[in-house]
Design a protein around this ligand. Structure first.
Ligand code: GP9
Length: 401
């Protein structure tokens, strides 16, 4: 009972719909397509190598839509499945193992569940073995009405591990376009470690370098090309003007990049651990002005942000993230106890290169006392504990009975 009260108190904070950067309900009734991109960091966005843009399509999209510049992945051991969970259930992943495997039968106020109750058709699409990360059970439970896995696609083109992201997007849109309004959650795979895509898909001209670094750039560039195909298809199918499209990266590349690599990309940052905790978040909302959001945010904020756009709000739902459009300042808490605010970056002891942890001012990169950070995020850190209580004791089921 005590734990239940603790969790209820946390949710009593309510939501703030005033002074939103984008009006509440601006995309009411529109379709929703959320695309999770594999190992897709953000440091290469708007960067060139040998005079070639690494992500030309994403660079153009950002100029026309909403882009969250300081967006962080919050995954743990469940990697891709954790990112899916953060985005769809707006709770933290567990510290050990994956919610998808250990707690898939729990009750969640998930995005597909909320949207289904409002009349949306819900689809999940990932062209790999359906039982990987226990997706077949978890997707059914979320619930998605239909999960299109590897066996449902024409496997006419392989890039990396499986069907190319381009074919996943093109065939995927053909599967869902007839049933609107839809929420389609698409999980890409072409840029999976070790990034060895087939030679004919490596279209960047690169000088010899460390193989995995070059392969990573080629795979990212390929995925960007597939994003271009996705946008084109949405336009051809007349979906672009009635669909909210969300693109985000699931987690880092897991590569220890060389100094030479940073030089080639013109990246000078001395403290690189923060750089690799960032993934992109791009949102296309039909008929709104472009917007770049500088404030920090994380994957847990995706569902409340979408609910704002669709005019539903997150009031009354057990989602722990914040609506990006009304956030003032916050600490984005990472699963390993590190945290980032607009002013500070804190890396927990032993989680990166600093044995005792590190705290610095993000604008000046000036190192400061670790306690300066710890003082600021005390309350925010409680979120990890609240999320763990919810998941370990299946509290949403108890609270919604
Ligand atoms: C496979 C893919 C694996 O379905 O999701 O991703 P991972 O968790 O290994 O990054």
């Amino acid at each position: 009972d005590q734990e239940l009260e603790e969790v209820k108190a946390w949710f009593a904070k309510g939501e703030n719909r005033k002074e939103a950067l984008v009006p509440f309900g601006v995309a009411k009734g529109k379709n929703l397509m959320v695309v999770q991109l594999e190992a897709f960091e953000s440091f290469f966005i708007n960067k060139q190598i040998n005079g070639q843009a690494i992500t030309p399509n994403l660079n153009s999209l950002i100029k026309e839509g909403i882009y969250v510049e300081n967006f962080y992945w919050q995954t743990a051991q469940g990697r891709t499945s954790d990112a899916e969970f953060l985005a769809n259930a707006s709770l933290f992943p567990i510290a050990n193992g994956s919610v998808y495997q250990l707690y898939y039968q729990n009750a969640f106020d998930s995005l597909p569940k909320i949207l289904k109750a409002k009349g949306y058709h819900t689809f999940a699409l990932h062209a790999y073995e359906k039982s990987f990360w226990n997706r077949n059970l978890m997707y059914h439970h979320y619930p998605f009405d239909r999960f299109y896995s590897m066996e449902d696609f024409n496997e006419n083109e392989t890039v990396g591990w499986a069907l190319s992201d381009k074919e996943l997007f093109l065939q995927g849109i053909d599967k869902i376009k007839g049933t609107q309004p839809f929420y389609s959650f698409i999980v890409g795979l072409s840029s999976h470690h070790p990034y060895t895509i087939q030679n004919s898909y490596k279209t960047l001209k690169l000088e010899a370098g460390i193989e995995i670094e070059n392969n990573y750039l080629q795979a990212i560039h390929y995925v960007d090309t597939a994003i271009g195909e996705l946008i084109n298809k949405l336009k051809v199918e007349k979906l672009w003007d009635n669909t909210v499209l969300v693109l985000y990266g699931d987690h880092d590349a897991g590569i220890k990049f060389s100094d030479e690599f940073y030089e080639r990309l013109g990246i000078e940052s001395l403290l690189k651990s923060e750089l690799h905790k960032k993934v992109p978040l791009y949102i296309h909302v039909p008929n709104i002005n472009p917007l770049v959001i500088e404030g920090v945010a994380g994957q847990i904020d995706i569902t409340p942000t979408i609910l704002h756009l669709l005019g539903m709000g997150d009031n009354g739902y057990y989602v722990m993230g914040d609506n990006i459009f009304t956030m003032k300042d916050k600490w984005v808490v990472l699963r390993n106890g590190s945290a980032i605010s607009n002013d500070y970056y804190y890396e927990a002891a032993g989680t990166g290169v600093f044995a005792d942890g590190v705290c610095y001012r993000r604008k000046t990169k000036e190192l400061t006392k670790v306690t300066d950070c710890q003082e600021g995020f005390k309350e925010s850190m409680q979120a990890l504990q609240v999320s763990d209580l919810i998941i370990e004791h299946n509290l949403i089921e108890k609270m919604t009975k």
